[in-house]
Design a binder for this molecule. Structure first.
Ligand code: ADP
Length: 535
């Protein structure tokens, strides 16, 4: 009964080798696996015959030497398989060739008594005893398997291809089993008996590698199943045609065969097409992943650049703004009226630039994931009212807007508008919304209001204006980076199109909502921010 272990194992391994070969004989990985499994299968089949011929010394010598004729190639082929799988064949060809040469050397030495001589009989079988060269062979075997394991491990570590990573893991595992369990089969050469179950290690190794090759390759299996099924059908009908005497039936079967042939060819072709399409998709996906990685790196480099550039711009700008402001205040003596206007323009422009640079910095922080939020409890109503008052004062001092633009603020007196949020960031958002409404409303009103949903406890800020409105073309891009109305550049050239993008990101970090509504150009706009309690 025990002697059946190597036989069953051999049959299974040969079966696997054949199957993997059929699945895709154009793939080098499959080919080298087939070769590997063929050697393992030969070792196992040979072991079966060896165990069963223990009564006759000549037979023992014949079978054991025959087994070694296959086994001497396992190190070279295993190594070769590992470099084909890890796509290192070009770089490591020399080493692989050397291993093959050594294998051939051992094949030649296999006949010598220095390799094996004398017979060891034990409870479950028999084996030739080791000679000096056999020790060298064990070292060679060990080194080649360790090198193969090393290749696989390195590949497993560095590859970005998820499918191949999993495959590398399984193949590593399989070879490890071969190296530890399978190598026990060498022990009888050193007069140590083994229980024949170790022969199953050959099947386990081949099985795991076959599984790894097939993993995520279901479509290949589909082709092979379709092919096998069709061929089986053809052969069955052919055999039937030859076996029956009845001519009438023969003709019917021949017609049936023709029909099945055409059908089968179509079936195989369609499955092959599917496989091809899948392979193309896989390749595209891989390329896309690479492009994506590259884009991400570029994006990071860009964010770094913006962040550094913005920091560098800030210092001189602060000086420009500071001196312009001091000149306007008369710190350097009275400024003539014409120069006063120019200085005011310098001050305003510097002020805008400071805001834009702030936006750029925010964006680079957002994209690098380094935007920090400090959540505290504060009264949103007080904050919005303060901003509304500030803007009101600015508008009232504005030569063009003072008389035509009205700003109002209202909120329920009794309601509590306390929120847990980052106060400075929320100030930035609200200020941006009010600033926009004033900017894009040449005349009319800007109405700011706060309300609270009694059920959800959420606070709603609404900034309503009767300005230029937003058309349906601009609306979807409003909160995107550089999203600006096309017609705007002529009306208001100073905007950067970044403010709302930053606002959206800030509100998203608060798990709130921000959106806009407008009935169209010239019909005013409403901007809303909804904030809940942020834990
Ligand atoms: P900026 O105002 O600097 O261009 P924003 O991101 O703050 O950048 O705004 C993006 C765009 O949204 C603006 O360019 C404008 O087209 C539109 N927009 C924003 N607020 C209003 C508003 N209150 N009325 C009309 N359009 C607006």
């Amino acid at each position: 009964m025990l002697t059946l272990f190597p036989l069953v194992s051999a049959i299974l391994v040969f079966g696997l080798a054949f199957f993997i070969f059929l699945v895709n004989f154009r793939s080098k990985v499959n080919l080298y696996f087939t070769l590997f499994a063929f050697l393992i299968g030969s070792w196992l089949a040979g072991s079966y015959f060896l165990i069963n011929s223990c009564g006759n010394d000549n037979d023992i010598i014949f079978w054991d030497r025959l087994i070694y004729a296959f086994v001497v190639f396992i190190p070279a082929v295993t190594y070769h398989f590992s470099i084909v799988f890890t796509e290192k064949e070009n770089k490591k060809r020399l080493l692989a060739t050397s291993l093959y040469l050594i294998s051939f050397g051992f094949l030649f030495l296999n006949k010598s008594d220095y390799f094996l001589s004398g017979i060891f009989h034990y409870k479950y079988g028999c084996h030739l005893q080791f000679g000096f060269l056999h020790n060298l062979f064990i070292v060679f075997f060990g080194v080649a398997i360790i090198l193969s394991l090393f290749n696989l491990f390195k590949y497993y570590k560095v590859t970005n291809n998820e499918v191949k990573k999993v495959q590398a893991f399984f193949i590593f595992l399989a070879l490890f089993i071969l190296a530890t369990l399978g190598s026990l089969a060498f022990l009888p050469a050193y007069n140590i008996p083994i229980y024949p179950v170790v022969y199953f290690s050959g099947f386990i190794t081949a099985g795991i590698i076959a599984y790894a090759i097939l993993k995520h390759r279901l479509f290949d299996i589909k082709t092979i199943t379709a092919e096998l099924f069709t061929f089986a059908l053809w052969i069955a009908i052919l055999v039937k045609i030859f076996l029956i005497d009845n001519n009438k039936e023969k003709i019917i079967d021949a017609g049936f065969l023709a029909y099945v042939t055409i059908f089968g060819v179509f079936l195989i072709r369609s499955v092959l097409k599917e496989v091809l399409a899948r392979e193309q998709i896989e390749e595209l996906a891989e390329r896309l992943e690479f492009a994506n990685l590259r884009l991400k790196q570029l994006d990071e480099a860009k964010s770094d650049f913006i962040s550094i550039a913005s920091h560098q711009l800030r210092t001189p700008l602060t000086a420009i703004k500071g001196y312009a402001s001091m000149m306007l205040e008369g710190s350097f003596g009275k400024v003539p009226v014409r120069a006063h206007n120019a200085t005011d323009k310098i001050f305003q422009s510097a002020q805008r630039l400071v805001l834009i640079i702030g936006d750029f910095l925010d964006i680079s922080h957002i994209e690098q994931g380094t935007m920090n939020y400090e959540f505290t409890d504060f009264d949103l109503k007080a904050l919005v009212k303060e901003l509304a008052d500030e803007f009101k004062a600015t508008v009232e001092n504005h030569p063009n807007k003072a008389k035509v633009l009205k700003i109002s603020f209202e909120a329920d007196e009794k309601e509590n508008f306390s929120v847990k949020a980052d106060q400075n960031k929320i100030r930035q958002v609200v200020s941006n919304l009010i600033d926009n409404s004033i900017k894009y409303t040449p005349e009319g009103l800007v109405k700011i209001s706060l309300s609270k949903n009694a059920e959800t406890e959420k606070v709603l800020l609404k900034v309503e204006d009767s300005g230029i409105g937003i058309n349906s073309e601009t609306m979807p891009n409003l909160f995107k980076k550089f999203g600006r109305a096309k017609s705007l550049s002529s009306v208001y050239a100073n905007g950067s199109g970044l403010g709302l993008y930053v606002a959206k990101e800030i509100i998203a970090a608060h798990k709130g909502k921000i959106w806009a509504e407008s009935e169209g150009e010239g019909k005013g706009s409403n901007f809303f921010v909804e904030l809940g309690k942020v834990a």
